[in-house]
Structure formats: C-alpha cells, structure tokens
Design a protein around this ligand. Structure first.
Ligand code: TXA
Ligand code: MG
Length: 321
C-alpha cells in the first residue's frame, strides 16, 4: 500500500486530481465521512476494500450529485423509489436499485442491485458535479469500527493510506444513511439511519423493517456486531456490574443525569432533549470515551421515535452480548 503524507484540505480540485489518478480520498457527507474512489475504476474500488480491511462480500454505496446522474447506472427506478429520491435527495437516504452493466460487480459484491445516494454536503456536491463518474464510498473507518463524523477521525485511522481528506467540518447528521430496497414493489428498510422512518412513511406509506439477521445479512450494516468501540459497551444492561464499578464507567445518556453513576462520568448527547442533536454527537462521544480513562462504556436506551430507533440500533450493535 502506498504511503501518503495525508492532508486535511478544502481544495476540491486537488481532490479531483487524486480521484483521476485512481486514489481514494476522505469526503464529508451530512451522515458520516466517506472513503471515496471512482466507482467505475476497479483498481480504485479494490483499494477501498484494502484500506478498510473490508470483506469483499460487503457491497459499497455509490454517490452522485443528481437523480439524473444516478439514472445512468440503474436499469429501473420504481415509482416509489423515485418519489423518495425527489423528496429526500440530497439527503441521508440510500436506495437499492437494479444496476446496469456500467457498475462493476466488485462495487455490489456481485449482487444485482446497487446502493445509490445523493449526499447533502456542499463540498461533496461541488466535487461530484465536477466529475463524470460516481464515487463509491463506504464510511471512512476500519471495518467494524465506529464511523467518522469529523475529518480528524478519518485522519487518525487512515493517515498515510490516503493522500487527502476534504475538510467539511462536523457531519450535520452523524448517523449513516437509511437504506431502503423494494421486494415485490413494497419498500423495505434494511438499515435504520439518518432519515427517520416517520418521514419515509409520510411520503410512501407504511414500510416494513427487515428483522435483523447476523447469519446472512442483506446489508452488513446489519451485522450483529458493527460500529463497535474497542472498550466493552453495555447497552442498557446491568451486566457491567459483574466486571466494573460505576465510577469506572463512561456513560452515554440522552438529556438527563442518572443517579446510578457519578455525575462527572456521564455525557448527555442533548441536554435540550433533541434526538437530532443527540445523533450528531453519538459517534464522536463513543470515540472520545474509547480514548478516555474509563474502562468500559454504558449507554442508556434512547426514546423510540424519530432518530431514536437508529441511535438504539447503533448502540445495540456496538454492545457486548
Ligand atoms: O451514510 C452513508 O450511507 C455512508 C456515507 C459515506 O454515504 N456510507 C456508508 O457506507 O455507511 P458503508 O459501506 O459503511 O455501509 C453501506 C451499507 C453496507 O452495510 C452495505 O452492505 C450496504 O450498504 N449495501 C451496499 N450495497 C448494497 C447492495 N447492493 N445490497 C445490499 N446492501 C448493500
Ligand atoms: Mg460503515
């Protein structure tokens, strides 16, 4: 693997140069930072898997800046999918659509569908508008670890492996996109994410949420253990008491302190009680606790509406069981 002097930069044309040379770069999106490469260049796509140590059975999402560009890579765009894309793109929604031959099989791990999305971040939209290929981009973290929501998160983990990280600041949503596919024309959510179910259902009516499975995941974001810190994380489980005292724990809570732990050990993701704000702070807080002096992490369950179910999903997958 090449050894780069990685820079964090605002220079979109330099980002484009690297992409034309077949390299991978870090890009900001509203959900999490992506590790991006030219989706039509198989060697460049292969580098993504190598840099992330990602298994080849885990397919990638492709990113473009418009519905029209996405249409160049799919065979069909079902009506309801189109409705969702018009309503929510650019935004934290990924659609699974039947791919055409332009998309290499490596991108989709040989699956007939490709995951597509138009991300909502000014720098990446500018970048995407200036290139004539889509970007394959998984989250810019080593496989299985917490997704990055700041340029420095990417830098710390991928330093030397990529030449450049586009500096788009803190991700405004902080949870990966919601993934929707269609089975016999009816919509199925495969991954809960930054777009709340309520919003989706307001647009296309009732959607099914695919029950989680670890044995044969439709989407490895559905793997039972994923998004995990190095320290053990206990999700609403008193099992921590078998190994740790309350003062050894770092605690993630929503908007109020709990009497079970010392105050100074607790981090409130949104003192104002806003689930969107809580989502924005979740991954950075998990990382901070992972790097801090605490021995383990405890997280309370979040309310089950709006972005709450997606937050709980990530905490559950990050947890020890
Ligand atoms: O918000 C996001 O979606 C971020 C930003 C960078 O766009 N990307 C992201 O990518 O979370 P990644 O690779 O970490 O997760 C993508 C998920 C994976 O679990 C993958 O298996 C699933 O999307 N996926 C991609 N293509 C698929 C396909 N053809 N069929 C089923 N699942 C697919
Ligand atoms: Mg990921």
């Amino acid at each position: 693997m090449a050894n780069f002097n990685t820079i964090i930069s605002l220079n979109v044309s330099s980002a484009i140069d690297w992409l034309h040379q077949g390299e991978c770069i870090g890009i900001p999106t509203e959900t999490v930072y992506g590790l991006a490469a030219n989706a039509l260049n198989i060697k460049a796509v292969a580098k993504i898997f190598e840099i992330k140590a990602r298994p080849k059975f885990d397919p990638l999402i492709i990113h473009s800046n418009s519905i029209e560009k996405v249409q160049e890579y799919v065979k069909e765009f079902p009506r309801e999918a189109y409705k969702l894309s018009e309503r929510f793109w650019p935004g934290p929604l990924t659609l699974l659509l039947p791919k055409n031959d332009k998309i290499p099989d490596l991108v989709t791990s040989g699956l007939p569908q490709v995951a597509v999305r138009v991300p909502n971040h000014p720098l990446s939209l500018e970048l995407l508008s200036k290139i004539d290929f889509p970007l394959a981009a998984p989250s810019a973290n080593p496989f299985g670890y917490i997704s990055p929501t700041l340029p420095n998160h990417v830098f710390k983990q991928l330093q030397g492996k990529i030449p450049l990280i586009l500096d788009g600041g803190k991700c405004s949503i902080g949870l990966e996109s919601t993934i929707i596919g269609f089975e016999n024309q009816s919509p199925v959510i495969y991954r809960l994410g930054g777009l709340a179910i309520e919003e989706i259902e307001n647009t296309i009516g009732k959607v099914r949420i695919m029950p989680h499975s670890s044995s044969k995941p439709q989407s490895p974001g559905m793997l039972e253990s994923h998004y995990a810190p190095q320290k053990p994380l206990y999700f609403n489980s008193l099992d921590y008491k078998k190994k740790f005292t309350p003062s050894e724990m770092g605690v993630i809570a929503f908007n109020e302190l709990h009497p079970d732990f010392p105050e100074e050990n607790q981090i409130l993701l949104s003192p104002a009680g806003d689930l969107i704000e809580a989502a924005t702070n979740l991954f950075a807080t998990m990382r901070n606790l992972d790097e801090s002096r605490v021995k383990a992490i405890f997280a309370y369950e979040f309310p089950n509406f709006q972005l709450g179910p997606a937050i709980n999903d990530r905490l559950r997958r990050a947890s020890v069981r």
